[in-house]
Design a protein around this ligand. Structure first.
Ligand SMILES: Nc1nc2c(ncn2[C@@H]2O[C@H](COP(=O)(O)OP(=O)(O)OP(=O)(O)O)[C@@H](O)[C@H]2O)c(=O)[nH]1
Ligand SMILES: [Mg+2]
Length: 355
């Protein structure tokens, strides 16, 4: 009885120091946990800094050195003519990419003749996606040839080891030659023509800034991003007819994204996003996440850097053969999401340190 009273007295007397110690322990453990789960992307392998291009004249595959977007501007060199670069992250896509590429090539040939490039980033596929795409670039060379230079406008970059969709998108966008960079999924779920909606939105914002008459409220020194959105489709068949478990996990993810910071954007995950060159230079070098939830980190970085982000409704349809493993990837996405938010909060991820 006496010893119980002594313990009670001890607790009352040391209440504040106990709470303080507890807080320090909790904070240190959170920091340690976030640090352990945080991610540093691997540096590109030497071979990944080259791309393969089908040479229309010699009929051979040639290798070309890629140029980083932070080295030199498009205004001053041979690449200045390229308006739009399309990056397609591709992992084991021999079964799906043909439909997407045909649609993209037709649209680009009609609307951006001689002024586009397609960069396929083969993310360490096991089904020879890279070789298959090079065959397609030969097959469609009539629509893919730059009439001024004779160059085939489809490039293939092969990652020696799988990085995840975020890693593939980052690598592709960091090596575009165009004034604008789009990334689009290989499954063709989005309607490619919708790129004009995104591009027009960015261009009209640029115009507003140029007129400088107060119409644009965004910072003229920052880039502009326009992202495709399926938020208007939540009650349509495309979403309603998905399996219960898919929709359950989708709503779960939306809730987590809402709690952990991106409230102004309804659909963060759509695989159809367009950036002007400045936005790519300001965001992509700092992107850490290589797995599925990288889209959210891109948007967090954009918000931190006060980059204007437009969310534009686009057409979208479900395509079979998804590479997402519902159980495993949902858990990883939830962990990565919490880690991203806390890592920026704790200074483990920094938006001014390239990685
Ligand atoms: N699974 C997977 N896909 C990758 C990877 N790297 C790039 N991708 C590409 O990421 C894109 C999206 O893949 P999908 O399987 O359609 O996934 P999703 O569109 O996010 O999800 P769904 O709504 O199920 O279609 C495709 O172009 C893939 O080829 C990777 O490491 N794993
Ligand atoms: Mg898909």
């Amino acid at each position: 009885m006496q010893s119980l009273i002594t313990i009670k007295h001890y607790i009352i007397q040391n209440f504040y120091s106990l709470i303080f110690t507890l807080l320090v322990v909790v904070l240190l453990s959170v920091y340690l946990l976030v640090y352990i789960f945080s991610h540093t992307p691997r540096k590109p392998h030497e071979d990944e800094l080259q791309c393969s291009v089908y040479d229309n004249k010699s009929h051979n595959i040639k290798s070309k050195r890629l140029k980083h977007v932070l080295n030199g501007s498009t205004e001053t060199d041979d690449d200045a003519s390229i308006e739009l670069s399309v990056v397609v992250p591709s992992y084991n896509e021999t079964g799906r990419i043909l439909v997407m590429l045909q649609e993209a090539i037709d649209y680009l040939n009609e609307n951006f003749k001689n002024k586009f490039e397609i960069i396929i980033v083969d993310d360490g596929s096991k089904d020879k996606t890279a070789e298959y795409c090079l065959e397609l670039s030969k097959k469609f060379q009539d629509k893919l040839t730059n009439e001024e230079t004779g160059e085939n406008l489809l490039r293939v970059v092969k990652l020696v080891k799988n990085r995840g969709k975020g890693g593939a998108v980052k690598h592709g966008l960091l090596h575009i030659r165009g004034k604008y960079g789009l990334f689009a999924d290989a499954d063709g779920a989005s309607n490619f023509k919708d790129v004009s909606k995104l591009l027009n939105k960015i261009k009209s914002e640029q115009e507003k800034r140029k007129r400088n008459n107060g119409e644009s409220h965004s910072n003229p020194d920052t880039g502009i991003i326009a992202i495709g959105s399926r938020a208007h489709m939540v009650n349509t068949d495309a979403v309603v007819k998905r399996s219960f478990i898919r929709n359950f996990l989708m709503y779960g993810l939306h809730t987590l994204v809402y709690i952990f910071g991106i409230r102004s954007i309804k659909d963060t995950q759509c695989g159809f996003k367009l950036f002007d060159r400045k936005a790519i230079q300001q965001v992509l070098p700092y992107l850490r996440t290589e797995r599925w939830i990288f889209d959210v980190e891109i948007l967090i970085l954009a918000l931190r850097k006060k980059i204007v982000v437009f969310e534009i409704p686009i057409s979208w349809h479900e395509v079979g053969g998804s590479k997402v493993d519902l159980a495993r990837d949902s858990i990883n996405m939830a962990i990565d999401l919490v880690v991203i938010r806390l890592a920026y909060l704790l200074g483990i991820y920094k938006d001014n340190v390239e990685c």
